[in-house]
Design a protein around this ligand. Structure first.
Ligand SMILES: [Mn+2]
Length: 399
């Protein structure tokens, strides 16, 4: 790697932070079952401790996404939660309301045909906005399980209208420095018509809600053949890309660790962001977040693996020679254009990563350092004992 490329990769790493999800440290799994781990986090204190440990090792995960229902107890002071996060060396990041677990939401939340349920869902989101204000969080991250399972079950247009109306009402309460992210997903749990099923719907709803609403792209929330980087490029061009939920998948919303199946796709997404930034002369403001579920892998190891992979692919994508790419594109030189991407993808960025970690007083290999630290063993012993003392059966949280 030339000194010029090394500098470019290091500059990209300086700009890159990624948020870890609190639920990624707890016992999570599939809807068929969970395999419990002794070291899995029991409460928010454990989750913030684990997130702080990951940040201390990787140096690029300063914030933690929290789920209101799973992480905040009724009557709990959010300021105390923010303080606890600070104690562990992290900050509270995106606030995720929960609009899918309560029995009231059987027929939907923002898309429910009963105005009382819509109001209840809105009130829960307004409580979440209050948590944002108290914790200093910048992002309200919305995902809706709403939809219908059978043809004819609901009026697709009426449900669209309920969403427009309720999102607009919520947007009015979002502060000037806060952003409301609207996530989409084609199917599951709804299997006929999900109310916010694709990026076009999320885009339209966000546009109608107001200027502080943006689209959130969860990489696992697409049909298998969909071109995600094209969606990303369009959203960037429209200034409507608010953030990402990163994960990988082979079939549907598998929530596997990032880059475990298709690292080149993640590279292509990052390339579109770097290319856009080069054309505009300014990096876009994007909330990079992880949304994964680790049923088999140890939670912290899986998180570190994802973070390191994200850094590596972000750095690789920064190496694309944009001038050479533009020249090849101008001449319709398909082969050279593609090779510009491939060249960057296959560049070994480990010297740049090593230099960046050294400059930031971090261990050369965060995963190895984690294994050396003994954190997992201590956490497992402590949490096993606490579970026993509390009479807890393992589980909870994510289905
Ligand atoms: Mn997600």
């Amino acid at each position: 790697m030339t000194p010029k490329l090394r500098t470019r990769a290091i500059e990209a790493l300086n700009d890159f932070v990624i948020e870890t999800p609190s639920w990624g440290f707890a016992d999570t799994g599939t809807r068929f079952g969970k395999f419990f781990q002794d070291a899995a986090a029991i409460d928010l204190g454990d989750k913030l401790s684990d997130a702080g440990h990951v940040h201390a090792l990787t140096g690029c995960c300063p914030t933690v996404a929290v789920h209101v229902l799973w992480d905040f107890k009724a009557g709990e002071d959010p300021k105390a939660v923010a303080k606890l996060a600070r104690k562990h060396g992290v900050k509270i990041g995106s606030i995720n309301p929960n609009l899918f677990q309560d029995q009231d939401y059987k027929w939907g939340s923002f898309g429910h045909n009963d105005p009382a349920v819509r109001q209840r869902a809105l009130d829960h989101c307004l409580d979440s906005v209050a948590i944002m204000q108290a914790t200093g969080s910048e992002y309200l991250s919305l995902w809706f399980a709403d939809g219908t399972n059978y043809p004819g079950q609901g009026s697709i247009r009426a449900r669209k209208g309920y969403f427009e109306e309720t999102l607009k009402a919520l947007h009015q309460k979002i502060g000037p420095k806060q952003t409301m992210l609207v996530e989409y997903k084609p199917f599951e749990p709804a299997f006929y018509a999900t109310d916010v099923a694709d990026w076009g719907m999320a885009y339209l709803l966000s546009k109608k809600a107001g200027p502080r609403a943006k689209v959130l792209v969860d990489t696992g929330h697409h049909y298998a053949a969909q071109n995600i980087e094209q969606i990303v490029a369009w959203l960037l061009d429209e200034d409507m890309l608010g953030g990402f939920h990163f994960n990988d998948r082979r079939y549907a919303d598998d929530d596997l660790t990032l880059g475990s199946i298709d690292p080149y796709q993640v590279f292509r997404i990052f390339h579109e962001i770097h290319f856009f930034a080069a054309d505009r002369g300014k990096a876009p403001k994007i909330a990079y977040m992880i949304d994964q579920s680790h049923n088999e892998k140890p939670k912290i190891e899986a998180t570190i693996q994802t973070v390191v992979m994200a850094q590596e692919l972000f750095a690789k994508a920064a190496l694309v020679d944009h001038d050479a790419l533009r020249r090849a594109q101008a001449k319709n030189n398909v082969v050279d254009a593609e090779l510009e991407l491939k060249k960057a993808f296959f560049t070994d960025v480990s010297p740049a990563l090593a230099a960046w970690r050294k400059a930031n007083q971090l261990a050369a290999d965060p995963l190895a350092e984690h294994r050396r630290s003994g954190y997992q063993k201590t956490a497992a012993a402590d949490r096993r004992a606490r579970r026993k003392a509390l009479g807890l059966t393992q589980g909870g949280g994510y289905a």
